[in-house]
Design a protein around this ligand. Structure first.
Ligand code: P6P
Length: 334
């Protein structure tokens, strides 16, 4: 008998006392919202959902129609359940406090509703990334400051990748599990449990077109990889870059690899391109829970104390020994 997401969560709650009922409900609701987003994404041009929404988000990026649709699906699915106090999204300038007409819960939900938007119109995998924090006990009226918790404080994290399969990947701190959407049943079915990332890899993921803008440690690391078996690494490397973090991370969770989006000189005031709270933190926890490593080149991403909701961070994550090498090169050239 296949294990559904619901059964997995009940077992995590009942057998392992890992998650309380409200968190189980939250995760079921997020998964249901991802099914709705998958349905909209799969319609593509037939649903009139491709192309730009003629608006910009807080990051100053042009929003796609599906960015806004996915954001609305997540808000509407989660606001009434009584498990959340507030939500934060890449697509919204400030937090969304659960309206007074609904009961407030003890959790905070953060998400990038549709990561990889530049790939929507060219039919390449995209995904939803989510992170769950607990509202601080002290917080009377929830505020943005309550969200500013280090990634180490997450109680659940995951993503749903909308690719050849729609797959939900989740951790509640007890390893990483993968659930594939069975469209006939309309439910997510457990297809991988206790995901483990190989400690070594021959595959790196970075946007090579930015090479001339990188810091020296990044250039040195990539140059070594490109030198292949005749160089200091003594082995050839392969490269992948989907330009959709969810797709690149899913590949790494599935077969290993190292993903990098480092700081570069194009915009020196920005520590990196990716956002800490709803991209780097959830992905880093998943990677660590699967035996990998995630740093910003100098420190563990999950230890970073956030100061702003939409702050960016330099990211290096994946196979432990490769990320350790990349990080050591930064520390030795500090
Ligand atoms: P570039 C997508 O826009 C995203 O935020 C990540 O999903 C992805 O890894 C990165 O940006 C791609 O950036 O500069 O290669 O287009």
């Amino acid at each position: 008998m296949a294990t559904s997401l619901s059964r997995y969560l009940v077992e995590q709650q009942r057998a392992k006392h890992h998650i309380p009922p409200e968190l189980r409900l939250l995760l079921e609701v997020v998964a249901r919202a991802c099914k709705g987003i998958s349905h909209a994404v799969n319609k593509g041009a037939l649903g009139g959902v491709l192309g730009s929404a003629q608006s910009e988000n807080v990051q100053g990026e042009v929003q796609k129609k599906l960015d806004i649709i996915a954001n609305e699906v997540l808000i509407e699915a989660n606001e009434w359940g009584g498990h959340l106090a507030a939500m934060a999204s890449e697509e919204m300038d400030s937090i969304y406090v659960v309206p007074n007409r609904y009961p407030q819960g003890e959790y905070l939900l953060l998400f990038d509703p549709l990561d990889g938007s530049s790939n929507i119109d060219v039919n390449v995998s995209i995904g939803t990334i989510f992170s769950v924090l607990k509202k601080p006990e002290s917080a009377e009226k929830v505020s943005e400051a309550d969200f500013l918790q280090a990634g180490q404080a997450q109680v659940a994290a995951g993503y749903c990748v909308y690719g050849p399969q729609t797959t939900l990947v989740l951790t509640v701190g007890d390893g990483v599990a993968m659930f594939t959407l069975d469209r006939e049943q309309g439910s997510f079915v457990l297809t991988e449990e206790n995901v483990r990332i190989p400690e070594d890899t021959r595959e790196f993921a970075i946007n090579m077109s930015n090479m001339r803008h990188w810091d020296k440690p990044v250039t040195d690391y990539i140059t070594e990889c490109l030198a292949g078996k005749d160089g200091p690494r003594g082995k050839d490397f392969n490269m992948r870059w989907v330009a959709s973090m969810v797709a690149d991370v899913h590949r790494i969770l599935t077969r290993g690899g190292i993903f990098m989006y480092p700081w570069d000189k194009r915009d020196p005031d920005k520590p990196g391109k990716l956002r800490l709270m709803y991209e780097a933190n959830p992905m880093s926890w998943l990677i660590e829970q699967a035996g990998g490593m995630a740093t910003n080149g100098r420190e563990r991403i999950l230890d970073i104390q956030p100061t702003q909701l939409h702050q960016r961070v330099s990211v290096c994550l994946g196979s432990k020994n490769e990320v350790a090498r990349f990080t050591a090169m930064h520390q030795s050239e500090a």
